[in-house]
Design a protein around this ligand. Sequence first.
Ligand SMILES: C[S@@+](CC[C@H](N)C(=O)[O-])C[C@H]1O[C@@H](n2cnc3c(N)ncnc32)[C@H](O)[C@@H]1O
Length: 215
Amino acid sequence: MRSIRSFAKARSRLSVKHKKIINQENDFLFSANSKSAFEKILQSSENKVLEIGFGEGDSLFEMAIDNPEINFFGIEVYETGVARTCLKIEESGIKNLKLYLGDAVDLMLNKDIETKFDLLLFLFPDPWHKRKHNKRRLLSSDNLKKFRSYLSKKGLIFFRTDWQEYADSVKKICNDQEVEFQEIEKFPLLKGLTHTKYQRKGIKAGRTISTFLFK
Ligand SMILES: C[S@@+](CC[C@H](N)C(=O)[O-])C[C@H]1O[C@@H](n2cnc3c(N)ncnc32)[C@H](O)[C@@H]1O
């Protein structure tokens, strides 16, 4: 049975440049066709940070540039965002950022990957604000439980949203699961995180940004 999608399929067409980078062979982009290669890289890497739904990749790319000792990974279904991030990886020549073009739910929740992360980031995941669509939220109670099972001993989850009702719902799920909240100030990587496109949108619209860090 097909699981409920946490994203709406984008209708935009890829430019020639974007199509080329997505289809050419390289060592930084994986997809459903190279799923097992991506899983192998995850399993053989230490010191791992994963961003799920990285959009245009603003924060992910900056973190990878600033922290060459950390292995960064990103999962995203939005092809244009993946292509833009691939171009940045190619131009900069960085080796510590790998991307997966595909559904994080299929990859990580509908099955198990034998790997642990030190940090999982969810930056402005789609809020699905109509109540009837709430079940499409990436951070439901069951999903959060499963994502937490991917954390290493010192592993943390970082969640940020500009949608108050989503923030309230995640806070309630966190309290029900008795997570341990952490102070962001103690983690330099997160304190100076580059604003993402959706963060800029939220600020421009005057919405409050809520952030939770927990294990
Ligand atoms: C509202 S956008 C936020 C993008 C970016 N994090 C930002 O803050 O600008 C949510 C992103 O999550 C992606 N997404 C949603 N569900 C996903 C899933 N199951 N697997 C991978 N990406 C997903 C969407 O394609 C979209 O790009």
